[in-house]
Write a protein that binds this ligand. Structure first.
Ligand SMILES: [Zn+2]
Length: 216
C-alpha cells in the first residue's frame, strides 16, 4: 500500500516537473528576441548551420576544418538569418562576405522570398557578392544617385529586425568594432519595413529617370 502511494507521488512529481519544463520552453519561444551582437567576430565555420538549414534533421557531418562552429557573433547572425521561413528583405551598403551570401542563397533555394537593396557604386567592387546572388535568381535593386545607399539592415519574415553598423564584409566582420541589434519589435520592424518598401519602389528600374527634365 505504502509502496503504491510512493510510486504515485513520484509519478505526480515527475508530471509536475515536465509541466514546468514545457511552460518554460513555451515562454522562451513566445518571448520576443532581443539580442546584441558585437564585432569583430573570430573566424568561424558555418557549415553545420548551413547543412542543418538545408536539410533539417539530417545526420550531422562534422566539417574537418579547425574553426569553431558556434558561439561567435557571426554564427549567431547566420542563425538568425536562417530562421527565415517566408521572406528576407536586405538593405545593405556593402555585401562581400561569402559566408553570408551562402546563407542568403540557401534561403532563396528553400523558397524564402529574398529582396536585396544595395549601393550602386559598392556592388561593382571586387569581391562583391551581388553578382553571384543575382545569377542565383535573387532580386536586387540599387540606387541611382551620387549619395550612398548606406543602410545596413535586414528584416526576417516581417517579424525580426537586424540592424547596426556592420557592413556584410569579411573585413568588417573579422576586424572592425561594430554593433548589430536583433529585435522582434513590431513598431521598429514596421518603420524599417516601410522604409524598405519605399526604397524598393524608388529603385524600381521602371522608375529610373534617364533624362532629367529640361534636357533634350
Ligand atoms: Zn568548417
Amino acid at each position: 500500500m505504502r509502496a503504491a502511494g510512493a510510486a504515485r507521488g513520484a509519478a505526480l512529481a515527475a508530471a509536475a516537473v515536465t509541466a514546468v519544463a514545457l511552460a518554460v520552453a513555451a515562454w522562451r519561444r513566445a518571448r520576443p528576441v532581443r539580442e546584441v551582437l558585437f564585432f569583430p567576430s573570430q573566424p568561424c565555420c558555418i557549415e553545420a548551420l548551413l547543412a542543418e538549414a538545408a536539410e533539417p534533421g539530417a545526420p550531422a557531418r562534422p566539417c574537418p576544418c579547425p574553426l569553431p562552429s558556434g558561439g561567435t557573433a557571426l554564427s549567431r547572425l547566420v542563425r538568425r538569418l536562417l530562421s527565415a521561413r517566408r521572406s528576407l528583405d536586405l538593405c545593405l551598403f556593402s555585401f562581400s562576405c561569402p559566408q553570408l551570401a551562402r546563407a542568403v542563397q540557401l534561403l532563396h533555394r528553400r523558397g524564402v522570398r529574398v529582396r536585396l537593396v544595395t549601393d550602386a557604386q559598392f556592388m561593382g567592387l571586387h569581391g562583391s557578392q551581388i553578382g553571384r546572388l543575382r545569377r542565383a535568381g535573387i532580386q536586387v535593386r540599387h540606387d541611382q544617385h551620387s549619395g550612398y545607399m548606406h543602410h545596413k539592415f535586414a528584416i526576417v519574415d516581417r517579424r525580426m529586425l537586424i540592424t547596426g553598423s556592420l557592413n556584410w564584409t569579411t573585413q568588417a566582420i573579422q576586424n572592425n568594432r561594430e554593433n548589430v541589434l536583433v529585435v522582434e519589435d513590431a513598431e521598429y520592424v514596421k518603420a524599417f519595413q516601410d522604409e524598405f518598401e519605399r526604397i524598393w519602389e524608388e529603385y524600381n528600374p521602371a522608375n529610373y529617370i534617364f533624362f532629367p527634365k529640361g534636357s533634350k
